[in-house]
Write a protein that binds this ligand. Structure first.
Ligand code: CP
Length: 305
């Protein structure tokens, strides 16, 4: 199957995911050997209209580790011709003349799809809007679960946080739904619960899930606790106790010995730093996997040209 652009998680089949993960293992070994020059003719453009630490740096590092080069504009909204009312489509038409792949983060949901429609090179969605997707985050999340839990079929995952506008949760839910006997627990304040579009998708694909307001009783049953931020300003009632969602030493005691704690980062108070040294806290290894997964994804796109 040819991968023209990377816009949403639903594009990935299980065989393609397994190919990606096989390549990702090779990239881990390749980086340990000092990288490669095999892709020295390739240029990647990173175009970020919203802030990013992990995604932009790991994509750019991935390209350098493959021997390629990077052209970039940080704060694209300020430093591209969009300042002079150029529409995204025209910006992409121009930039796609100058590179072999475009990595785009944008404020608007659907921007990556619009870019792909006019680009002469592959476009990778690095996050679109608040309610859109972040497919490469989901790929590195899935790879982390695959490596840490040694399984994808039959796992139970608790998503905890603001789930209504969580791109990473949406994208990972789509990916995990491709595996057998997966069960989701969506745990959030009612006004931040996962969207109906995701629930319809799960219903249509006969995936099991439960919607909960608090994590009590579930944490001890799951294989993965995937925590995201909650912005208190978005809550209708400001006196809601958000502490019940936090991961701390007491939560660690309840978790299975082989369960893992994930977070797309950046984190705030939702994970107590005392948790960081527990072997089940995988969020920094998860972020590290972004380099290898993005290297593997870039090679898939380049090798099929
Ligand atoms: N996880 C993630 O997308 O982080 P950044 O916003 O720093 O890229």
């Amino acid at each position: 199957m040819k991968l023209n652009h990377v816009i949403e998680s639903q594009q990935f089949t299980v065989p393609l995911l397994m190919e990606l993960f096989e390549r990702t293992r090779q990239m881990e070994k390749m980086v340990a050997r000092g990288g490669t020059k095999d892709y020295s003719s390739k240029i990647m453009a990173t175009l970020f209209y919203k802030s990013s630490t992990r995604t932009r740096f790991s994509f750019e590092a991935a390209m350098f580790r493959l021997g390629g080069r990077v052209i970039s504009t940080e704060h694209a909204a300020d430093f591209s011709s969009e300042m002079r009312d150029e529409i995204l489509e025209d910006t992409i038409r121009i930039i796609s003349n100058d590179c072999d792949v475009i990595v785009l983060r944008h404020t608007e949901e659907g921007a990556a799809r619009r870019a792909a429609a006019v680009s002469s090179v592959p476009v990778i969605n690095a996050g679109d809007g608040s309610g859109g997707q972040h497919p490469t985050q989901a790929l590195l999340d899935l790879y982390t679960i695959y490596r840490e839990c040694k399984a994808l079929n039959g796992i139970a995952v608790a998503f905890v946080g603001a789930l209504d506008n969580g791109r990473t949760v949406r994208s990972l839910t789509y990916l995990l739904s491709k595996f057998d006997r997966v069960k989701f627990y969506f745990i959030a304040p009612p006004e931040m619960q996962i969207g109906d579009d995701i629930l319809h998708y799960l219903d249509n694909h006969r995936v099991q899930y439960e919607l909960l307001q608090q994590p009590e009783g579930i944490i001890s049953a799951v294989d993965v606790v995937y925590r995201t931020r909650i912005d208190r300003d978005r809550l209708a009632k400001k006196d809601v106790d958000l502490g019940i969602y936090n991961i701390n030493a007491a939560v660690l005691q309840k978790m299975k010995s082989n369960a893992i704690i994930m977070h797309p980062l950046p984190r705030s108070v939702e994970i107590d730093p005392v948790v960081d040294t527990d072997p089940r806290a995988v969020y920094f290894r998860q972020a590290r996997n972004g380099l290898f997964v993005r290297m593997a994804l870039l090679t898939i796109l380049f090798d099929q040209e």
